[in-house]
Design a protein around this ligand. Structure first.
Ligand code: MSP
Length: 482
């Protein structure tokens, strides 16, 4: 048994969660369940990123005290994670006193690589970062993500010497000591690393008040990324606790938009602290809506609670883990959601369970008491590559195979044949029928096992049906059509 640490990006709390935010949690949760299934102990972190100007401004606009505002929104995320069926072992808020203290300790430990300098450059307030001159020119002076012109800013900041660690980071990415998934993103990060300047890691308090104070300098507040990235360590109790049981993280789940912070600043921080690098940085694609990036101005932001209420949790987990490609941008539309529910969950799986359990019940068959899932090397390989949507596709092929098998073997035709046969022949046919049904029940139990990381509830229901004293179909089908 190993001890495994899995992390998720901590969202900004300047609004309520949208469906895109589900990805980190679902991927991390599926992987956690998979690892636990293999007998490993997992620590699964989640939390909220609560400092920075964007959040302070939003609270001011709403005329709410900023602490009350972040409390409210952090709770919404915590509730959201629960609704998704994800079960983090730890939840950290960057406004937690122990996090703030840990962050300052981390800063102090990095001081050999920190210097103060004046900086003038183009800044996007939406991204809360300076852009390079190259980016400024490429984007014609307007941030493509926030659709607002870059501002010229001049200020005294502390800088973190990325240059001290570039060579080590490059080697770690190339050798996969810190693997970046998918592969093409590793190449992208290596390119970015080449041009990466030292990063500014503080703001004067005149510009940013809502944040962690720089230790020993009342006039400066930490830039949000240093504060936010530290969460992965402070949640383990760093630097007070010995974190070597769980650090380095096995997998850190992040969206593609924030991979650059995790692939450059984060390893530089860890190297500066003398800590090992995470084993895998997993960067997932984005959820689009009707082919577009979700945005309040387009008005296409989908409320995850509405999606959850429409067809329940298993349908939500199924859609986002299978039909949102683990590594590429994919589209959510209500049409696709309905089709996945009706054709795949209700027809392919729900009906199969119902039909097979009905046939077993008619034969008064007992469930498989001593069921042991088969080892499926191909599935394990896909799961270990962390390509979860592919693992779902693979599992679904097995569901389809079973549907084909039941249609080919037509177990419902046996009864007529049995009635028309003499006693010996009837006995033989009955034994054959039971053999067919039990073999299929066994295969369905294996499918349920493969589904467990993705659809834990459904997997458990199927397991209960086919391992019960007597096999009985559920009164309400697993996925009733609506
Ligand atoms: N606060 C930072 C993360 C700090 S981690 C040390 C942040 N927050 S965020 O709220 O903007 O994003 C949180 C997570 O949600 C990120 O992994 C981000 O990529 C992900 N997503 C935000 N929108 C998304 C989609 N539309 N689709 C999929 N994931 C999306 O960045």
């Amino acid at each position: 048994m190993s001890k495994i640490y899995i992390t998720t990006a901590i969202p900004y709390v300047n609004g309520a969660p949208h469906i895109g935010h589900a990805m980190d949690y679902l991927l991390a949760d599926a992987y956690t369940r998979y690892q636990k299934g293999l007998g490993n102990e997992v620590r699964f972190q989640a939390g909220t990123d609560e400092h920075g100007n964007k959040i302070a401004k939003k609270a001011a606009e709403l005329k709410i005290d900023v602490k009350d505002y972040v409390d409210q929104n952090s709770n919404k995320f915590r509730e959201f994670i629960r609704e998704l069926g994800a079960e983090p072992t730890d939840f950290i808020r960057t406004t937690d006193a122990n996090h703030e203290k840990g962050c300052q300790e981390i800063w102090k430990k990095l001081e050999d690589h920190i210097y103060k300098a004046e900086y003038e450059g183009w800044y996007c307030e939406g991204c809360e970062r300076y852009v390079t001159d190259k980016e400024y020119t490429e984007n014609n002076g307007v941030c493509p993500d926030h659709n607002r012109p870059y501002e010229k800013l001049k200020e005294e900041n502390y800088y973190f010497k990325i240059s001290d660690f570039k060579e080590q980071i490059k080697k770690a990415i190339e050798s996969k000591e810190m693997a970046i998934l998918p592969d093409f993103r590793a190449k992208e990060m290596l390119e970015l690393l080449k041009d990466s300047p030292d990063v500014s890691i503080s703001r004067p308090t005149s510009q940013l008040k809502w944040g962690v104070k720089v230790p020993g300098d009342e006039s400066q507040v930490m830039y949000v990324w240093i504060d936010a990235l530290s969460n992965y360590l402070t949640v383990l109790g760093y630097p007070e606790n010995d974190i070597s049981d769980f650090w380095p993280a096995k997998v850190q789940f992040v969206g593609k938009d924030i991979l650059r912070f995790h692939a450059i600043i984060w390893p530089a921080m860890l190297l500066g602290l003398g800590l090992p690098l995470p084993k895998i940085l997993h960067s997932h694609g984005h959820v689009l809506v009707d082919g577009k990036k979700m945005s309040k101005s387009i008005g296409n932001v989908v409320d995850p609670m509405e999606v959850l209420e429409a067809k329940g949790l298993p349908a939500f987990r199924y859609f986002f883990l299978r039909h949102i490609d683990t590594f590429a941008d994919s589209d959510f539309t209500w049409e696709k959601y309905d089709a996945a529910y009706n054709n795949e969950l209700a027809n392919d799986l729900g009906n199969l369970v119902q039909r097979l359990a009905n046939l077993c019940k008619k034969q008064d068959l007992a469930g498989i008491k001593d069921f042991q899932p088969e080892k499926d090397a191909k599935y394990l390989e896909i799961m270990d590559s962390l390509y979860f949507s592919k693992a779902c596709d693979y599992t679904w092929e097995k569901v389809q195979d079973l549907n084909r098998e039941i249609d080919d073997k037509k177990p419902w035709e046996y009864n007529k044949k049995i009635k028309a046969s003499d006693e010996d022949e009837a006995e033989k046919l009955t034994a054959e029928l039971h053999g067919v049904l039990i073999d299929m029940a066994q295969k369905l139990l294996n499918v349920a096992h493969l589904l467990a990381p993705f659809l834990p509830e459904t997997s458990e229901k199927i397991t209960n049906i086919f391992t019960a004293e007597k096999i009985t179909p559920p009164e309400v089908p697993l996925f009733p059509k609506n």
